[in-house]
Design a protein around this ligand. Structure first.
Ligand code: CU
Length: 327
């Protein structure tokens, strides 16, 4: 069913449940479609003019259809109140504790995703609207002690694998929607509100890339259309003397294709560079199409390393005049 519906790789712990629900809904719709379709065709035949020339103004005399309808309504109420609401409420209210999770703030804006990490102290620094500038997109007040170690990145969210992620989502301007298709996450970002959501990534981006490796033919002597995008080689390609033409992780160029075919290599394996994206799923303005962020799921060690690199880049010695004026 999953392959049939063309669902992307499921890289989140709760993804299986979502996919199962999508499958069940499709089967149910198929049964309804087939059922009502056959009923429609049956009535066309049963009440065709030749079989029933005079219209019947009294219609059905039994109450069966009313009872059926009422029964169906009760059944649906039981489904909603008994199953759907409690399951959904558990999902959106029962969060893993903050200290067992990667907690991150996401501040959307036209047309960027600002990612805010609390740093080593685990506390988010204050943000103030008047401090917002090109260098300080979320208006973080660096004079606030809990802001000193905060990390802000633009369009790049790194996460450790197999650890719950709690996102506190908001937006600076209009409504956006935080969509992570491979992690089966989609949540609207509402101005003036912070919405919490959580998920657990179960695959690293590198593992996902490995799963997406496909073979591309260079027989035409030109760069295949897919490889003109952000795709890169899944292994090293070298000529007969061992000189690497395209290394693993590097992208292909027209020249490289010439060299590869000259070296007798007509098939290459490649995968997308960044299969895990943050896609804005709400039409939010003219630049909506380019409101794309990147998620990199890493091993805990890689993530810690990335954090260290980010910490080293925190702006030091905040000038006094950027401090907020207390009124
Ligand atoms: Cu948007």
């Amino acid at each position: 069913m999953k392959e049939f519906l063309g669902l992307p790789i499921d890289a989140a712990a709760h993804g299986g449940d979502i996919d199962q629900m999508i499958g069940v809904v499709h089967w149910l719709m198929f049964v309804l479609f087939a059922g009502w379709g056959s009923f429609f065709i049956y009535t066309l035949y049963r009440f065709r003019r030749r079989a029933q020339s005079a219209a019947n103004y009294t219609g059905v005399r039994t109450h069966v259809s009313s009872y059926l309808e009422a029964g169906l309504a009760v059944f649906e109420v039981v489904l909603l109140v008994g199953f759907a609401f409690p399951l959904w409420s558990a999902r959106v209210t029962e969060f893993p504790p903050d200290d067992t999770a990667t907690v991150v703030r996401v501040v959307a804006e036209q047309f960027i995703w600002n990612i805010h990490y609390p740093g080593a102290d685990g506390e988010f620094g204050t943000t103030i609207a008047s401090l917002v500038s090109a260098e300080n997109p979320i208006g973080l007040d660096r004079t606030d002690p809990s802001a000193k170690d905060d990390i802000v990145s633009v369009n790049q969210m790194n996460l450790p694998v197999n650890k719950p992620v709690i996102v506190r989502l908001t937006t600076k301007d209009v409504i956006h929607s935080f969509g992570l298709p491979l992690f089966r996450v989609k949540q609207d970002a509402i101005p003036g509100e912070t919405v919490r959501l959580w998920f657990t990534p179960t695959m690293t981006t590198a593992e996902i890339r490995d799963r997406l490796v496909r073979r591309y033919s260079l027989r035409e002597g030109v760069l295949p259309r897919e490889l003109q995008g952000p795709y890169s080689a899944a292994e090293d390609y070298a000529d007969k003397d061992g000189n690497v033409i395209v290394g693993k992780g590097y992208s292909f160029s027209e020249e490289a294709v010439q060299q590869l075919t000259a070296a007798g290599i007509f098939d290459v394996k490649a995968s997308p560079d960044s299969p895990t994206e943050i896609a804005c799923a709400q039409l939010c303005g003219l630049g909506h199409y380019r409101m794309r962020g990147f998620v990199t799921v890493q091993t805990q060690e890689e993530f810690d390393q990335w954090m260290k690199e980010q910490e080293a880049m925190i702006p030091q010695d905040v000038p006094a005049e950027t401090a907020p004026q207390v009124q």
